[in-house]
Design a protein around this ligand. Structure first.
Ligand SMILES: NC(=O)C1=CN([C@@H]2O[C@H](COP(=O)(O)OP(=O)(O)OC[C@H]3O[C@@H](n4cnc5c(N)ncnc54)[C@H](O)[C@@H]3O)[C@@H](O)[C@H]2O)[C@@H](O)CC1
Ligand SMILES: Nc1ncnc2c1ncn2[C@@H]1O[C@H](COP(=O)(O)OP(=O)(O)O)[C@@H](O)[C@H]1O
Ligand SMILES: [K+]
Length: 502
């Protein structure tokens, strides 16, 4: 599967390079054909109700007009609402308009009332959107929100920024599509931030372009293929020492649960031995998981332990001291939650982090990322890829910027956007479990990049599995995740073993 993601600038460059050797309008005709095929597939055999095609003033509108002409030729009852702008129209879009006018598609002059459409096609704006949608465009987006049929967006749901997945604002709106057919290459904004809600199911139509026309992608969608090398089945002759010692350091007074959830996540993700190392005195053991070993941070020996620092750690002196030990340790570490807030408040700790020799993985949610970057959560969400890249470079760490479509970045700017997970994860403690899973994979010798991609993918897949079983999204609890992560991980290892045996 081609999982590459391209920026708008890269898509534009590929398009320009392709245009040099193609007849004018060839790409638009291909886009219109691919869009029409996608529309026909969505319609199935249904022909009773008409299809509404919204065509905007630019080339995205051109694609929509080509699509309308094709649907007309296929015998579909099509109503086109063409919103001509005041700007210059490209030759291709003008040709597409002429073709659609000459076709069996019917043109409407005003927005038809919301009716019983079979399908609505959104060809208002694509990658050329420059400002928030206003006036009649805005009204059309609201009207589309009221339809009950599938909505197929061409290239990008109108109003969405294809690079960032943010709705172009201030106070912007964007089409909620059930399906998006995106052209030339897939785009990051369809998979993170608001993108998942607006794009629906994404399909890529490459428009038959030569591979050589593409710049190397610097982002892709996460999948088990990216961490397959670490999914080796265990040898029969294994012992627990080979799967690492993992210590979760956190659990200040009133927050023991955060450390326990991370420790349980680590246990179920296969760490050899797991310690819950608490800042303040905690219960002597976890009755559900007596396997976990409880220690006080004050007298814990950090040496040789992979560390997950932060869950419920608080900001007391003792937390600072433990964090300092952890950052200076020679083992791989994960920094989450309160550890990130402490690092954000100390340039000295930041400097020590960048000097580390072994793996550092940081797992901020948008507000924690904002604190580390000295910005706001809204600014982070407006450019999640950029924020994750900046943070990875600044901290010289692998960064997981959490939230719908988690963004995983490394210091050289490479990005993976995670496709799994659902809003069932929007509940206290699910991040703690993720941090524990990250730590467990590091403890088992996974490289930091693979550990981050793998942990996030499996954590999301675990939540998806629970939803399939009817456990969520509403009311899913973080405590239910570890066992589901375990099932996902063992499933992947088994699958990989079978592939290798074949
Ligand atoms: N460039 C490419 O690689 C290809 C582009 N194609 C299509 O062309 C699209 C890009 O076309 P364009 O660059 O013409 O851009 P768009 O069609 O996305 O929009 C640009 C037009 O809308 C106007 N506009 C932008 N924001 C507006 C707003 N908020 N309110 C009102 N008017 C606004 C601009 O002045 C311009 O006229 C792609 O998304 C794709 O659908 C395809 O035909 C295939 C090849
Ligand atoms: N709407 C969502 N869709 C997918 N994943 C989500 C969503 N909301 C939260 N998550 C995931 O759930 C976890 C929440 O972590 P975090 O915000 O640190 O919560 P907590 O500190 O309460 O554990 C992250 O892995 C995040 O990516
Ligand atoms: K569109």
């Amino acid at each position: 599967m081609d999982n590459r993601l391209y920026s708008v600038a890269q898509i534009r460059a590929t398009e320009a390079a392709a245009a040099e050797s193609l007849e004018p309008g060839a790409l638009m005709r291909r886009a219109g054909r691919a869009g029409a095929d996608a529309a026909l597939e969505l319609l199935g055999g249904a022909r009773e109700r008409p299809v509404l095609v919204l065509a905007g003033p630019g080339n995205n509108g051109g694609d929509a007009l080509e699509l309308a002409a094709n649907l007309g030729e296929a015998g579909v009852d099509v109503v086109v609402l063409h919103l001509a702008g005041s700007g210059k129209v490209s030759t291709e879009a003008a040709q597409a308009l002429a073709r659609a006018r000459a076709s069996r598609a019917n043109f409407a002059d005003v927005a038809p009332d919301v009716r019983d459409w079979a399908l609505v096609v959104d060809g208002l704006f694509g990658i050329g959107l420059q400002r928030p949608l206003e006036g009649r465009y805005r009204d059309l987006v609201s009207a589309i929100d009221g339809v009950r049929c599938p909505v197929l967006a061409l290239d990008v749901p109108s109003g969405l920024d294809a690079d960032s997945g943010a709705v172009v604002g201030p106070n912007g709106v964007a089409v909620h599509a059930t399906h998006t057919i995106t052209f030339i290459g897939d785009k990051p904004g369809l998979h993170t931030a608001e993108g998942r809600d607006h794009a629906g199911q994404v399909q890529v139509a490459g428009l038959e372009l030569d591979e050589a026309l593409f710049e190397p992608a610097q982002a892709c969608i996460g999948s088990p293929a990216l961490f397959a090398a670490s999914l080796a089945p265990r040898r029969q002759n294994s012992h627990k020492g080979q799967f690492g010692d993992l210590a979760v350091v956190g659990g200040a007074r009133g927050m023991t649960g955060a450390a326990v959830l991370a420790a349980r996540g680590a246990l179920y993700a296969g760490a050899g031995r797991v310690f819950a190392v608490t800042i303040d005195p905690a219960p002597a053991f976890d009755p559900v998981h007596p396997e976990l070993m409880f220690r006080l941070a004050h007298d814990f020996d950090f040496a040789g332990r992979v560390l997950v620092l932060g869950p419920g750690m608080g900001d007391a002196m003792e937390a600072m001291r433990a964090l300092g030990h952890g950052i200076d340790s020679a083992a791989p570490i994960v920094l989450d939650a309160d550890a990130l807030n402490l690092v954000a408040a100390s340039t000295e700790l930041q400097a020590r982090l960048t000097r580390r020799q072994s793996a550092t993985l940081v797992t901020p949610h948008p507000l924690e990322a904002a604190r580390l970057l000295g910005s706001s959560a809204a600014e982070v969400q407006a450019d999640r890829l950029g924020a994750a890249r900046r943070l990875a470079k600044r901290l010289q760490a692998v960064v997981v910027l959490k939230g719908a479509g988690s963004v995983i970045a490394r210091p050289d700017g490479e990005i993976v956007i995670n496709p799994t997970g659902n809003p069932g994860l929007a509940t206290g403690g699910s991040g703690d479990v993720l941090a524990g899973v990250c730590g467990a994979l590091l403890a088992q010798g996974w490289p930091a990049w693979e550990a981050a991609i793998g942990a996030v993918w499996m954590h999301g897949a675990a939540a998806d599995r629970l939803v399939d079983e009817g456990i969520g999204p509403v009311g899913m609890t973080a405590g239910e995740l570890p066992a589901a992560v375990r099932a996902v991980l063992n499933g992947l290892i088994r699958e990989r073993g079978q592939t290798r045996a074949r």
